[in-house]
Ligand binder design. Structure first.
Ligand SMILES: *Cc1c(COP(=O)(O)O)cnc(C)c1O
Length: 441
């Protein structure tokens, strides 16, 4: 076969031979990932039924799809949406609002709503996501951070194998530990994401030691990537972004918080005002999008998972370290590709942007982003600004130059964008053609 390819590249123009090689590689990869795609389809059907059942049980009707205004008193759309979320996540209560700007906003609200001066927040999954370090007061201006309010902070690093150091976490608990947080998805870190099973195991150990500690999970990117959610395995409170998984690509903005009623209400009281909390807030024009997005979310997540599977296997074949591997269990939609080379990372993100439906003409370059300490390059040619349930490839511009690749409303888009990016990288000799030839051996 190698002979063939080499002959091809001599006989025909260079352009065609690279394309043909990519086509062959695609064939090999598709065969490899086929059984894992079937698993994702089973997961998708299970989660779709879970969501459908919740819609039926709550009795969502046409009257719930209309927009609401002003204070949002007696907002039936909001009440029905929050009931559906509670049902889907197996939680006592939910706070789901277009006014929550992002995942960071929802998570920060959980911290500020439930922690008081001298309480301690303990992160059990090592260093948290970049923007949360800013919220905690670990970098940047301290004004208004948890630290500024006298809330203590500690973290227990993950073990060498990337799992939670349960013994270490139990040892780190003090009389001041009020909340223990676990970040399910890797964030901008090269560690594996944490499965719901592991989250459940650690939660049980924490509760055995002190049942009053609030176990919180940053659930960003994790929703519908498994059959169960952290709230199904004993976690008290979770939060995430609606422009990631649960918005299904349709939510125009928003965040959610689910869990035990008293913790959800404390969070809502902080976001709005004590006494108003969960009973106020208009849905504006968002109800139909939030309902329909949630209904589509298991499918869209499955499309993103299939896309990640494809990218993972393609780049593994090309000799790059990827995580998760195509054969690994997934608990979120994030895929990392370790390029180890700044130019390859920048060029890859630029090419993904060029293969986006929106703003394909934009050349993305590394820039400063609020809440992040390193420069970030971010390809996100999305319908909803910054929505990373849509195809997005980004990464902090720091060694080992890793691309965090996620989302994709359709797996076809992910496949096409990946092949286009690969073509451009090879054509421009940003990555060597030997990689492609080796992959076909
Ligand atoms: C995306 C994300 C967040 C929140 O980010 P926003 O951009 O504010 O929504 C928090 N934690 C993790 C792990 C994330 O992936």
């Amino acid at each position: 076969m190698e002979e063939d390819i080499r002959k091809l590249s001599k006989e025909r123009d260079r352009d065609l031979s690279i394309r043909e090689c990519i086509d062959r590689l695609t064939g090999i990869v598709d065969e490899l990932i086929e059984p894992y795609k079937r698993e994702i389809e089973k997961l998708c059907e299970y989660n779709t039924e879970k969501v459908l059942k919740a819609f039926i049980r709550i009795g969502v009707g046409e009257e719930h799809l209309k927009g609401t205004t002003g204070y949002g008193y007696n907002d039936i759309a909001r009440a029905a949406l929050e009931d559906v979320y509670s049902e889907v996540f197996g939680a006592e209560a939910a706070f789901v609002r277009p006014q929550l700007v992002s995942g960071t906003h929802a998570i920060a609200a959980c911290f500020f709503g439930n922690l008081r001066p001298d309480d301690e927040l303990l992160f059990a999954s090592g260093k948290p996501y970049d923007t949360l370090l800013t919220v905690i007061g670990e970098h940047g201006d301290a004004t208004g951070t948890l630290k500024d309010f006298g809330i203590k902070y500690k973290e227990v690093p993950l073990k060498q194998d990337g799992t939670i150091d349960t013994e270490g976490v139990l040892r780190a608990i003090s009389s001041e530990t009020k909340m223990i947080a676990i970040q399910r998805s890797r964030g901008y870190d090269l560690r594996p994401s944490i499965t719901v099973e592991e989250i459940g195991r650690v939660t049980r150990e924490i509760k055995k030691k002190n049942r009053n500690i609030i176990v919180f999970v940053d659930n960003c990117y994790g929703e519908f990537a498994e059959m169960f959610e952290p709230t199904n395995v004993g976690v008290d409170l979770i939060a995430g972004s609606l422009i990631k998984n649960p918005g299904g690509g349709l939510a125009p903005s928003g965040g959610y918080v689910c869990g035990k009623r008293r913790f959800v209400e404390a969070t809502a009281g902080r976001v709005i005002a004590p006494g108003l909390g969960i009973d106020t807030g208009p849905m504006l024009e968002s109800p139909r999008h939030l309902f329909q997005g949630l209904f589509l979310a298991p499918h869209v997540v499955a499309e993103a998972l299939k896309g990640s599977l494809f990218v993972s296997a393609m780049f593994e074949k090309l000799g790059y370290e990827v995580s998760p591997r195509y054969c690994d269990k997934r608990t979120d939609i994030v895929q990392t590709i370790k390029f180890g080379d700044k130019d390859v990372l920048l060029r890859f993100c630029q090419e993904i942007q060029k293969a986006s439906p929106i703003d394909a003409r934009v050349l993305v370059v590394p820039g400063d982003m609020p809440g992040y300490s390193d420069k970030i390059i971010m390809a996100c040619g999305s319908f909803i600004q910054g929505a990373s349930i849509e195809l997005s490839a980004d990464g902090p511009v720091r060694p080992p130059f890793v691309s965090y690749f996620q989302g994709g409303l359709t797996q076809e888009h992910v496949r096409i964008a990946t092949k286009r990016a690969l073509y451009a990288l090879l054509e421009n000799e940003v990555i060597g053609k030997e990689r492609l030839l080796n992959a076909l051996e």
